[in-house]
Every structure is written in structure tokens, then in C-alpha cells.
Design a protein around this ligand. Structure first.
Ligand code: MTE
Ligand code: MOS
Length: 756
């Protein structure tokens, strides 16, 4: 299939939600309102770990407009958030486990009064000893705060015999790496509104990536069957993984309050409480070891990887599993031993952030492989090329990559574009400037660990005038899903793009389509839409052929019109004809990912159905007097299968790179003795538009046979390799092998000075 055969796919069409957002007309979670709505505010844990003795709202009762307090006693359902390990109570009963945890909610006639009342609630508690270091948490003699051993989750990958293979290696290298938190910093904070309905059911409006997770949580908290809870996603001002888990908790809180007071209830976090209590990218510690022969053939890899899970499991097991699977890097290595742990600490629970446990371990392993190249005296790109996965090779889990693998081409593209082979360290006064490389792979979708969730539904309804409504269960959060899915629907039906309308996600209108994570929307919802559209397409194409008085195979279809010879009819005319024949003009589609086989005991098998790939080269300047870094340019190349919308794909690249850069060199959340010190945009420094590097983006479209129009997934890949590329450039520029993120100036300077 050549690209020209498509009318809509592969074209940089305008965002369907662009104007409404740019003009400020879109209604986000805190913009909607309901008659008689009241406002909730959280009473939060002021310490890392406490025994709750009493909460007294007698002072709050004196405030005008105060409605009352809601505690765990008001939960009509089960006090356990259904999410992976079910260990997180909606509201704690005796013990609170992290600073910022919601202990209770107060209600008032407006947000300000609610906040004021929350501050007036007197808390009687006893401070309990706590743990804030994940490595200490894993020690045998540590204080136990989670189960018997403080281990939330743990995995292993065993392939060949790594320890034995290291003995035969000419060069062995081993280092420890650490990375810090990353805060999603979406513009819209966590927000939900719960509206009790006259029949005892409840409707929840939620700023979320995962409406069905919200549904599960609200139903559990309210003790209602799923069909009595309706979750509608409001326009969502960014997610990046941060609106995967926490919105369910926020919505459940709002719902518990709404049922108690029988009024619509709004719960919207301010920035500080959003920082304190919402999930983040896990801080990590990793010890990585690679061994190679003198020609640079990597023979063994050993990794120990520990994530700081925080006080409750939330998504740690899934995030850890993804990190485990990818821990050896995109290389064919015969002997691999990987052990991984998510350790519990008395800190904010960590969850999903773009890349999902893969960026942390990629930073460690792509840094170490660069150092291995140095030790071997081989060019770092040449070393990777010798070992990297290509079609026909097997990953660390023994999965044979048999299609759609462009990693080698990507590497060659960025190598050429950056003039890597001719590049040298540029010295200008105290400034040193050089290039650094990294590459990565990313399993699209939930893979073996989340395979029961890897499905999606769609409902397509064509009206008599030829306009089309599409319902899906995956969400738009800025990434462009609405546009990409519209293009897929338009292409499959041969309907004009303007005729397609993606409805807001409403759990009562579409089957549970899993979470909008793991870059799975284009693939899963895209395929579900195609499945729904195919029978409709049959009807429409037959009707068009009849109107054109031609055989069905003789007509051509393009851009919303049907042609035969000189005759032409529109999509709308064909639809009208279908309706006049009383043909079925609505269909539902369902897509389930192909099966994966994976042995959880030794970590062998097909972990993911397909992988996307990236190669990055960072052009970085370091001031050796201050440790300051300027990322001048990122050359990045991606294989994400067919590009459905090139402009949006570039936008995803730009955003992902900038977030990767922020994590690499700037963003530094400080948690001391369990207390978060900089929960705001003044003290938590993020890259802004003026910090953006130049972007040089390329694609190599290795088509995936099961993908919609042969696409894979794009959303997270651009972030993953950036930190290691920056770190490797810093190393080349000034000779220091940094082992931590963020590489903030002060710390880099110290490393430079220590080396002298
Ligand atoms: N881009 C924008 N603008 N806003 C977001 O919240 N989330 C990222 C990525 N790109 C995000 C984004 C994350 S974490 C994921 S998993 C994917 O988009 C999800 O979208 P997809 O499934 O459509 O790829
Ligand atoms: Mo993305 S971290 O999988 O929401």
C-alpha cells in the first residue's frame, strides 16, 4: 500500500479539538457546574506515618456555609480501592502512611470555605516510626511497614547463565545509578464531580485517562453495581500517566461525599495537594553489569533494579514489570539475569509516568553501555550496532522479534544527521560541547502482565445526513487521540473528516476498553473502530456502486467521494441510499490484542505483542565552572509503524523530548524525612519553552501487520532515551560519567571537581 492510496491516514490534518481548546471554550473538570453543587476539601496527613486517634470538626462547624465531615465510616461499599493489589483504603481507618494522604473530607458551599474548614479540623494522632529509603526498606532488619518484607512486587528474568558467562568475558563493567521522582506537571490538577441521580445511581465527571478505573473505584466505594455508575471524562488538561490511577481515588472521594449529602460534589485539588498526593515517576536505584568479549560482543547482563513504590502499591507492580522486561536494553544477549523490586516506603505512592518504569532503567543501562564502549575502545554507536536487536533476534525474555523493527535504521539516521562520525568535543572557554547517543525499545500496550486489559471497544453510528458519531473507551488528554482515531474512522468509511465526531468517553456507552496508557490507544481503539466500520463500509460501498451503476470492485473511493468513470457521488449520498434501504448504519467493534506467552517464574516468553523503537543523539554544552548544561539539539528517530498524523507525531516527539530533558537535568523533587519540600511550580523547576532544544525528528515506518493501517504506538517512546543521550554527551564533553538524574548543575560541578 502506498501512502497516496490513503485520503486521511498519513496526513497532517488539523487537530479536531484544537480550536475549542485554543479559544478557551473547552470545559475542563472545574469548569462544569450543577445546581446545588457543594465543594469538598481534603484533610491531609501532616506526617509520614501516624496512628489516627480522633478528628474533631467542632471548630469548622462554626464556619458559615460548612456542611460536615466525611470519614471512612461513611463509605457505603468496601473501604478498599480496587487497583492491582487492593491495599489502598479509600480513607484510612487507623493508620495513615504518607505525608499528604487524605484522611477525611469536609464539605462546604464553596471551595474557599471548604479549604478553610479542612484547616480547622483538629487532628489527634500519634506519630509512628517510618521508612523513607527503599534500599533500607529491603534490608532484613528494617522496620516493616508493608507485608512481611516491605516488598510490593518483585520479578526475575533468567536466561542462560550470566554469572558463568561473565567469567569468560574480556571486559566487565558494573555501576550503580539513581534517578529521582518526576512530577507530571499537567496543567489541570486532579478534579472530579459526583452527581447523585434520583434512582440511586451516580454520575461522575472526571479528569482522567482511565474512565473504567474510575468506574471500578466509584462502584466499590459506593457499593453500587457497575451499571448504576456512569463515568464521563471531562476535557482533560494533560495526563502523562498521572491521570491513570489517582483520578479513581479523587472520584471515589467525591462520590462518597455526594451520597452522604445527596448533592452534587466537586473535589478539585490545588497545586500543592496535587504535588503531595498524586502518583509520580518512581525514584529508582539500579546496579547494572555488562560483560563483553574484546570485539564488543556483549555476552552477559545482570541487573538489580529497585523502585521506590511509596506507601501503597497502586501501579508499582505493572511499572516494575515493564522495567524488568526492558532492563537489559534492546540487545541480543545470551545470558541475562535481572531481579527487580518495588519497595514500600512512607512516601507518596508512585505510579505511571510516560515510559512506565522503562526510562529509569534505560538511563542506567544506556549509560553503562556507553561506558563499556569506552572501556573497550569502540565507538559507542558501533558497539550498539554489533549487539542491537534486528528482525529475527531475541530479546532478554527470549521473544523473537519477527517483524517491524527499525532500530538499526534509526541509529544510522541520527548518526548521519548529527555528523556523529566527524564530531569532536568543541571547547570554548569554560564550555565543552559534544554529542551523546542512546537507543531504546518499548513494548506497546499492556503486554503479558496486563493482558486481560488489552482490549478495546468502539461504537460507530452513522446518521441519515452522513454525519458519524464514534464512541470509544480510550481518552484524549492532549496526545491527539481524537484526531488520529477520526482519521482512522474517516479512512475506513471513506467519510469526510469533518463528518466524524468522537463522543466524550462515557462508560455507559462503550464496553470497558482498558486504560489509556502504554501508548495503546491508536492500536487498540484504532483497531476496534476499524472493526466497527468494516460492515458499514460494505453497505456504503455497495450503495455507492449501485448509485454509480457500476460493479462494487469497479468504483474508486477517495476523500469522501466515490467515482466511476466521470461520475461522482458523495459519502452523504451513499449513506442516504443505505438508510432508504433500511440497512444497519451502526455497528460495534471489539479488538483484543494477540495472545502473549510469558512465564512469570523465569521471565521468559513473549512479553509484548509489538515494540516501538527510538534512537537519540543529544548535542549538549557543559560549563565546567558551573556544571550548567545547555541541550542545544536532539536528533531523534522513531519507528512507531505507520504514522497516522505526521504533525501530531512531531508534537508528541517535541513534548516527550522536553519532558525527558527536564527529568534529566532539571526536575528535582525534594522529600526529606518523608516530607515534600518543594510541592509547587516555583521551587520544582521544569523546562519551559525557552529551554527547548532544537528538534531534528525522523521516522522509519516499519509496518506492523496487526496495527490499524499498520501503526504501532508513539506516545511514550520520545521520552525514554533522552536522559541517557544527554548524560553520554556530558561524559564525552567533560569526561565525567554521571550516574544520577537529575544532573543538576551543583551536583555535576561537584562530580567534575571531585575528579580533578
Ligand atoms: N501527550 C500529551 N499532550 N498529553 C498527555 O497526557 N500522555 C502520554 C503520551 N503523550 C500524554 C501525551 C502518555 S503517558 C501516554 S501512555 C500516551 O500519550 C497515551 O496516548 P496514546 O495511547 O494515544 O498513545
Ligand atoms: Mo502512560 S505512563 O502509560 O499513561
Amino acid at each position: 500500500m502506498s501512502k497516496d492510496l490513503f485520503s486521511f491516514v498519513g496526513k497532517s490534518l488539523e487537530r479536531v479539538d484544537g480550536a475549542v481548546k485554543a479559544e478557551g471554550k473547552a470545559l475542563y473538570g472545574d469548569d462544569i457546574s450543577f445546581p446545588n453543587m457543594i465543594y469538598a476539601a481534603a484533610v491531609r496527613n501532616p506526617k509520614p506515618r501516624i496512628e489516627i486517634r480522633k478528628m474533631d470538626d467542632s471548630l469548622a462547624k462554626k464556619i458559615k456555609g460548612y456542611f460536615g465531615i466525611v470519614s471512612f465510616k461513611d463509605i457505603k461499599g468496601k473501604n478498599s480501592w480496587p487497583l492491582v493489589m487492593n491495599d489502598y483504603p479509600f480513607l484510612p481507618e487507623k493508620e495513615a502512611k504518607f505525608y499528604g494522604e487524605t484522611l477525611a473530607l469536609v464539605l462546604a458551599e464553596n471551595q474557599r470555605t471548604a479549604k478553610k474548614a479542612a484547616a480547622c479540623v483538629r487532628l489527634d494522632y500519634k506519630e509512628l516510626p517510618f521508612i523513607d529509603d527503599p534500599l533500607k526498606a529491603l534490608e532484613k532488619k528494617s522496620l516493616k511497614i508493608y507485608g512481611k518484607d516491605n516488598i510490593i512486587s518483585s520479578f526475575k528474568i533468567i536466561k542462560g547463565d550470566a554469572d558463568k558467562a561473565f567469567k569468560d568475558c574480556d571486559v566487565v563493567i558494573e555501576k550503580e545509578f539513581r534517578t529521582n521522582y518526576q512530577v507530571h506537571a499537567y496543567l489541570e490538577t486532579q478534579t472530579a464531580t459526583a452527581v447523585p441521580e434520583p434512582d440511586g445511581s451516580i454520575t461522575v465527571y472526571s479528569s482522567t485517562q482511565c474512565p473504567f478505573y474510575v468506574l471500578d473505584a466509584v462502584a466499590a466505594a459506593c457499593g453500587l453495581p457497575n451499571n448504576k455508575v456512569k463515568v464521563i471524562q471531562t476535557v482533560t488538561g494533560g495526563g502523562f500517566g498521572g491521570k491513570e490511577d489517582v483520578p479513581a481515588l479523587v472520584a471515589a472521594h467525591a462520590a462518597i461525599c455526594a451520597l452522604k449529602f445527596n448533592r452534587p460534589v466537586r473535589l478539585a485539588y490545588d497545586r500543592k495537594e496535587d504535588f503531595m498526593s498524586m502518583s509520580k515517576r518512581h525514584p529508582s536505584w539500579a546496579r547494572v553489569k555488562y560483560g563483553a568479549d574484546k570485539n564488543g560482543k556483549i555476552k552477559a547482563c545482570k541487573v538489580k533494579y529497585v523502585l521506590d513504590g511509596g506507601a501503597y502499591a497502586t501501579l508499582s507492580p505493572i511499572v516494575l514489570w515493564r522495567g524488568t522486561v526492558h532492563a537489559a536494553g534492546p540487545y541480543k544477549i545470551e545470558n541475562v539475569f535481572i531481579e527487580t523490586y518495588a519497595a514500600a516506603t512512607n512516601k507518596v505512592p508512585c505510579g505511571a509516568y510516560r515510559g512506565f518504569g522503562q526510562p529509569q532503567i534505560c538511563f542506567a543501562q544506556e549509560s553503562l553501555i556507553d561506558d563499556l564502549a569506552e572501556k573497550l575502545g569502540i565507538d559507542p554507536i558501533d558497539l550498539r550496532l554489533k549487539n542491537m536487536i534486528q528482525s529475527g533476534d531475541k530479546t532478554a525474555t527470549g521473544q523473537k522479534i519477527d517483524e517491524s523493527c527499525g532500530l538499526k535504521e534509526l541509529t544510522e539516521i541520527v548518526r548521519k544527521k548529527s555528523r556523529w562520525d566527524k564530531s569532536e568535543v568543541k571547547i570554548n572557554g569554560d564550555k565543552r560541547r559534544a554529542l551523546g547517543f542512546s537507543c531504546a525499545y518499548y513494548g506497546v500496550g499492556l503486554g503479558a502482565k496486563g493482558r486481560y486489559l488489552d482490549r478495546a471497544g468502539a461504537f460507530v453510528n452513522i446518521y441519515r445526513d452522513g454525519s458519524v458519531q464514534v464512541n470509544v473507551g480510550n481518552t484524549e488528554m492532549g496526545q491527539g487521540a481524537l484526531t488520529v482515531l477520526s482519521q482512522i474512522a474517516a479512512e475506513t468509511l471513506n467519510a469526510p473528516m469533518k463528518n466524524i465526531k468522537l463522543a466524550e468517553v462515557d462508560t455507559s456507552k462503550v464496553p470497558d476498553s482498558g486504560p489509556t496508557v502504554a501508548s495503546r490507544t491508536t492500536l487498540m481503539s484504532g483497531n476496534a473502530i476499524i472493526e466497527a466500520c468494516l460492515p458499514l463500509r460494505e453497505n456504503i460501498f455497495s450503495a455507492a456502486a449501485e448509485l454509480l451503476k457500476a460493479g462494487k470492485n469497479k468504483i474508486t473511493a477517495y476523500g469522501g467521494f466515490f467515482y466511476f468513470g466521470k461520475k461522482k457521488i458523495s459519502f452523504e449520498e451513499a449513506v442516504k441510499e443505505c438508510w432508504s434501504k433500511r440497512l444497519k448504519m451502526s455497528e460495534q467493534g471489539w479488538y483484543a490484542a494477540p495472545n502473549t506467552t510469558f512465564d512469570i517464574n523465569n521471565g521468559q516468553g513473549n512479553a509484548y505483542v509489538i515494540y516501538s523503537y527510538s534512537a537519540d543523539i543529544a548535542d549538549v554544552e557543559v560549563d565546567i565552572k558551573t556544571g550548567e548544561k545547555t541541550v542545544h539539539k536532539i536528533y531523534a528517530a522513531y519507528d512507531v509503524g505507520r504514522i497516522i498524523n505526521p504533525k501530531l507525531a512531531h508534537a508528541q516527539a517535541h513534548g516527550g523530548i522536553l519532558q525527558g530533558m527536564g527529568w534529566a537535568i532539571m526536575e528535582n523533587l525534594i522529600v526529606k524525612d518523608g516530607i515534600m519540600k518543594n510541592p509547587n511550580f516555583t521551587d520544582y523547576v521544569l523546562p519551559i519553552s525557552t529551554d527547548a532544544p532544537q528538534y531534528d525528528i525522523s521516522f522509519s515506518e516499519k509496518l506492523y501487520k496487526h496495527g490499524p493501517y499498520k501503526a504501532k504506538g508513539m506516545g511514550e517512546v520520545p521520552l525514554i532515551g533522552v536522559a541517557a543521550a544527554v548524560r553520554n554527551a556530558v561524559k564525552r564533553a567533560c569526561g565525567v560519567s554521571l550516574t544520577y538524574c537529575p544532573m543538576i548543575s551543583e551536583k555535576t560541578l561537584k562530580t567534575i571537581n571531585d575528579k580533578k
